[in-house]
Design a binder for this molecule. Structure first.
Ligand code: DQA
Length: 147
């Protein structure tokens, strides 16, 4: 079974409470259940982590080397700042699908720049929690193409 790793970055543990007008009112737990169900229906094995720490996200990407087929990454605010996360992605050479709940291009200018996009296969942005479901679809397609 192909292995998918979903990484939620900083403040995504606050979903449900955090700016619901932008991020929706579902909690991360509810979103994770939806992601899990969808991945299972696609025959994918799924691991999900959330971290508020840049170094932990770097370590999770490093640990994925040779064990994970596709990473679905919402790096939160680190999307816009983290050279370390970007370098980790380049190091492991695992295909990354970049995901955002909000449309980062319709928001403040400082969110328009992603450090992750140049090393990601592609980006899904603006569909709320459905962005993650689209991320699973994209992951399934990448795996189909590989096999
Ligand atoms: C986000 C967008 C980022 O700009 C923000 O810092 C987040 C969440 C999103 O999912 O829309 O934490 O990645």
């Amino acid at each position: 079974m192909p292995n998918i790793l979903v990484i939620h970055g900083p403040n995504l543990n606050m979903l449900g409470i955090r700016e619901p007008g932008i991020y929706g009112s579902e909690t991360l737990e509810v979103i994770n259940e939806q992601i899990h169900r969808h991945a299972t229906s696609k025959g994918l094995s799924l691991q999900i982590i959330q971290s508020n720490h840049e170094g932990e996200i770097v370590e999770a990407i490093q640990k994925a080397y040779n064990t994970v087929d596709v990473i679905i990454l919402n790096a939160g605010a680190y999307t816009h700042t983290s050279l370390a996360i970007r370098d980790a992605i380049s190091a492991v050479k695992i295909p990354v699908i970049e995901v955002h709940l909000s449309n980062i291009y319709s928001r403040e200018e400082f969110r328009h720049k992603s450090m992750i996009s140049p090393v990601a296969v592609g980006q899904i942005s603006g569909f709320g929690s459905y962005s993650y479901i689209l991320g699973i679809e994209a992951a399934a397609e990448l795996i189909r193409r590989k096999t």
